[in-house]
Design a protein around this ligand. Structure first.
Ligand code: SER
Length: 880
């Protein structure tokens, strides 16, 4: 029977667990504390700091399955989806990692064993090909001489050493190194290959299945490559691709989960042709969009939100191409949830939220889409030489908001080109006029805006007036914003806090005197001190130079402030309860919770957690004022103390200090509660290690904490009801008893099942023969785990008398034999003597004790012959 995708994932884990790797959960799709990446694009991302030797790993060998997004950023496959059988915007990457432990030799041997061993993936060696950089002699030597791959299966890349297909980089900066890729040739008849360069590889015929990267450098910037002192291994294998090979379908879209998903989508949309490429696109895009929203991304006009928007819009366009008339994309989430069956049921928990966001986005876009397609189709009819001018594509985008990538894709379907060169020229000219260079990436905003830093008044004022000094639409400067358009508004003054120092940015509204309302979803702070309000214009118009009232969402801000002040109390308390030397490693604060990372190498017990909570809640009860002071750094000190010097370099001469009486004094730019009493209550919800020597505490405060207590109380009430008691001791006692009872009962069921099995399948007279008065039970059972076979044999040995038990199982080309002798016979005949005789006949190895022995060997004679041979051997021994 075909293995399904979950079984294949599990085999990967099992294999590497056997090779002493620890299974680690994949990380979020949004890289934490890493601005160099838009999305998690490889399994190694979460280990970046280990590769860069900033933290010491707890385990030197790990294995993961990582959700990845490859849309936007360095690795972008968005445009390929629907046109190839192997590309996705969202996929799962399996990987094994060595952190300064094994290197090229073992990494290659592990890969080869997993792929080709009969016990594992059992792929034909003839179909595997590898690529190597032509100067990587060590890797070449391993493949050629240790693994024994013939030369015609090796492709050498000839590009520049550190800039080729065989040199993997996670992004523009970060860990990188030479790699060797393994390809599978899916053609039936493999012709003799005399190819010498990777460029000759035909991607439909050769499917890249595994990339083994030998991380040896840190790419600092586009020129500098710094060697690392320890070499690491990072491997990545697309789960969907390997599944397509093991399931022998050779297209990711034909593997089990995709077939089911595509079928469900076709039912919802009433499409008969299950091989329509737009169905592939929808199946792929609903996965990426749902998981991105699940990880907190919402569609917007910049950064991650913009990529999400592009994917949603592309999906909607493909729905439209299929002839769908209604809002539909959100409906595809339901089948996805049941088919994906993702480990934490994450999507199910957020189903309503994800559906709502997808529905709203589609509603907003459908008008733009219909209008754009209508105009484009007219142009396509009148096009000359099958080319659409850059001007037409630009106008569609600039005037009608129709995405350029959709124009290009639709034109491609009509076998028409877009004059990209002309389009680029127009864009460039437009950019020049508006003083922009690169308008597509959110990080560039700060270099584009050449204005004075924004005056932040939000420490004291929840509302203030500011003048619009810059307006951005689709990251381009503009003078006017119309209703329903998304934009970025920059004011000379604001009360909105911009995302920094672990605290999220404020949301709220910008309002004009004539009633125009701009809803701010988020506020970002750029390095040049500029605060950008990101949001959507609800009604009216926004005009450059206009004055607006900037009103933050006070309720949300108060919640954030409580969490932020609690972080300071937590830091001080941790030093008191755990160790005065602990150091802050990072924090994240929003309106719902806070988390705080710190150096500490031991685990923290419940008693310590209660103590920490208790101390903080006492500070809260005392309602201590939280005050701030601006201090000016003394020139003399600046160069003396490193800490002061680094503060000076980062923030200039004046720094802001937050003081909570004699409890905590810390440098901080964030916004805070006025008094500790505002926090109401502090409650730790989890504590765990995030890296070697670094722990994270996650906590909640105020109403959120109270709500959580109520939920826990509800849980306890439900338990009380089931147990029918409310005395704590009795409840715990009963649960313990139930637990014990459960395990006992489970064991008994297993025992009785085994008994039944023995009675019906093994102890039948057909399997028992008498030789010299001794009962010989011999039986071959296939498709059984050796462990189970041992249990069965031992069970029989303990129950029966006057019996020699011989159980065998055949696994591929091997045979495993278990021999047991009941205690009343071991003075006359021993299990290890029997096994020793047998293994000589089967060309194998084995051994054991008097009552139990085991052996295995190559199947050189048939099982039936072995069994009769055994009988002779046993009768000989007994006669002696
Ligand atoms: N980081 C490498 C890749 O993504 C191997 O995992 O291909």
């Amino acid at each position: 029977m075909k293995k399904n995708i979950s079984e294949i994932r599990q085999m990967f884990f099992d294999f590497f667990e056997k090779k002493n790797h620890k299974i680690i959960t994949g990380s979020s799709l949004i890289p934490e504390n890493d601005t160099s990446l838009l999305f998690t694009n490889a399994g190694m991302n979460q280990f970046k700091d280990i590769f860069l030797e900033k933290i010491i790993p707890t385990n030197k060998r790990v294995v993961t399955s990582q959700y990845c997004i490859r849309a936007g950023g360095k690795h972008n496959d968005l445009e390929n989806v629907g046109y190839t059988t192997q590309h996705h915007t969202f996929f799962e990457m399996l990987g094994n990692f060595s952190f300064g432990d094994y290197f090229k030799n073992e990494a290659i041997q592990f890969a080869w064993e997993l792929l080709t061993s009969k016990k594992w993936f059992n792929l034909s060696k003839d179909k595997l090909f590898v690529t190597i950089h032509e100067q990587d002699y060590e890797t070449y030597n391993i493949w050629k001489n240790k693994i024994g791959i013939p030369d015609k299966h090796i492709f050498l890349t000839k590009n520049k050493k550190y800039n080729s297909e065989n040199f993997w980089k996670m992004g523009d900066t970060g860990p990188c190194g030479p790699c060797t890729e393994i390809f599978y040739n899916n053609q039936k008849n493999i012709k003799n290959n005399n190819l010498t360069t990777i460029t000759n590889i035909n991607k439909n015929q050769y499917i890249e299945i595994w990339n083994l990267v030998f991380i040896q450098f840190n790419q600092k910037n586009n020129k500098t490559l710094i060697p690392l002192s320890t070499p690491f291994v990072d491997t990545g294998m697309g789960l969907e691709r390997i599944t397509s090979i093991i399931q022998k379908v050779y297209s990711n879209y034909d593997i089990d989960i995709f077939r089911k998903l595509i079928f469900s989508i076709s039912q919802i949309l009433k499409i008969n042709n299950l091989n329509h490429k737009s169905l592939y696109v929808l199946a792929d895009h609903i996965r990426s969009c749902s998981f991105l929203i699940n990880y907190g991304i919402t569609p917007s006009s910049e950064g991650r939100g913009y990529v999400l928007r592009r994917i949603i819009r592309r999906a909607i366009r493909h729905g439209y191409a299929l002839g769908v008339k209604d809002i539909f994309f959100y409906k595809l989430l339901k089948p996805l949830i049941s088919i994906m069956n993702d480990t934490n049921n994450q999507l199910k928990k957020k189903q309503l939220k994800i559906e709502k966001i997808l529905r709203t986005e589609e509603k907003q876009f459908i008008y733009i889409l219909k209008r754009g397609i209508h105009i484009l189709k007219k142009k396509l009819k009148n096009t000359k030489k099958n080319t659409i001018t850059g001007k037409v594509a630009f106008n569609l985008y600039d005037t009608y908001g129709f995405p350029i990538d959709l124009t290009i894709e639709i034109c491609k379907e009509h076998k028409t080109k877009v004059d990209i060169e002309e389009l680029k020229k127009i864009m460039k000219k437009k950019c020049k006029n508006t003083r922009k260079k690169n308008l597509t990436h959110f990080k560039n905003i700060e270099s584009q805006i050449n204005q004075k830093p924004t005056k932040f008044l939000g420490y004291k004022k929840k509302e203030c007036q500011g003048k619009i000094i810059t307006l951005l639409k689709n990251n381009q400067e503009t003078k006017i914003i119309y209703e329903k358009e998304e934009a970025t508004v920059i004011l000379d003054k604001t009360s909105f806090y911009g995302e920094s120092g672990g605290q999220i940015g404020d949301s709220g509204i910008l309002q004009s005197n004539n009633g125009t309302i701009f809803e701010v979803f988020n506020t970002k702070k750029y390095k040049n001190g500029i605060f950008a309000h990101i949001g959507i214009l609800k009604n009216g118009k926004l005009i450059l130079g206009e004055k607006l009232n900037a009103k933050i969402n006070v309720k949300k801000r108060n919640l954030i402030q409580s969490n932020h002040s609690s972080t300071h109390l937590l830091y001080a308390t941790l030093k008191k309860v755990l160790d005065k030397n602990i150091q802050k490693k990072g924090s994240f604060i929003n309106e719902k919770y806070l988390h705080f990372d710190f150096t500490y190498s031991k685990s923290i017990n419940n008693k310590q957690i209660y103590q920490i909570e208790n101390i903080i809640n006492k500070h809260i009860k005392k309602n201590i004022p939280i005050i701030t002071k601006i201090i000016t750094l003394n020139e003399n000190n600046i160069n003396k103390k490193n800490t002061i010097k680094s503060l000076y370099d980062k923030y200039g001469k004046k720094i802001r200090i937050l003081i909570i009486k004699n409890i905590s004094t810390e440098f901080c730019c964030g916004t805070h509660a006025n008094k500790t009493g505002d926090i109401k209550i502090f409650h730790i919800i989890s504590e765990y290690s995030i890296a070697s020597g670094v722990r994270r505490i996650k906590a909640i405060t105020g109403e959120t904490a109270i709500k959580s207590f109520y939920e826990k109380r509800k849980l306890i009430d439900n338990i009380n009801e089931i147990i029918n008691n409310n005395d704590e001791k009795i409840i715990l006692n009963k649960i313990q008893k139930l637990q014990n009872f459960y395990y006992k009962y489970k064991k008994e069921i297993q025992k009785s099942q085994l008994k039944k099995y023995l009675q019906t399948n093994i102890l039948s007279n057909n399997n028992i023969k008498k030789i010299n008065g001794i009962r010989i039970l011999s039986k071959n059972i296939n498709n059984i785990d050796t462990k189970k076979l041992r249990i069965i044999a031992k069970n029989l040995k303990n129950k029966e008398k006057n019996m020699i038990i011989i159980l065998t199982t055949k696994k591929k080309e091997k045979i495993i034999i278990i021999v047991c002798v009941t205690n009343d016979l071991i003075n006359q005949i021993q299990a290890n003597t029997i096994i020793y005789k047998i293994i000589q006949k089967i060309d194998g190895k084995g051994g054991g004790k008097k009552d139990f022995a085991e052996g295995g060997g190559n199947n050189i004679i048939s099982l039936q012959d072995i069994l009769s041979e055994l009988k002779i051997l046993i009768s000989n021994i007994i006669i002696k």
